[in-house]
Design a protein around this ligand. Sequence first.
Ligand SMILES: [Zn+2]
Ligand SMILES: [Zn+2]
Length: 94
Amino acid sequence: MINDPCLDCGTPTLGVMTMADGSTLGIGMNRLSFDDGWRCGECAGYECDGCGKNIYLDEDINIVNANGYNDKYHYDCLTPELKLIAIEQGEIDE
Ligand SMILES: [Zn+2]
Ligand SMILES: [Zn+2]
């Protein structure tokens, strides 16, 4: 059965839903397509500039640093200073 395993961790990125009439339907779960296949939401995410672990897709907090580059953090990895900057930049609510 093809479940489009994640290129990095092997987690299936295609779920199967059983319909009322007993037929099955493949549904894509949080995933991103790459040239060579699929990656799950976690592996497709960015690396956190705080802890170095991957951030789940769409859960990254982007902060423009002093050099003009985007730093990405888990919400939980934001220091109080970074939180203030994130609020200022409209990334998170207070
Ligand atoms: Zn993965
Ligand atoms: Zn982190």
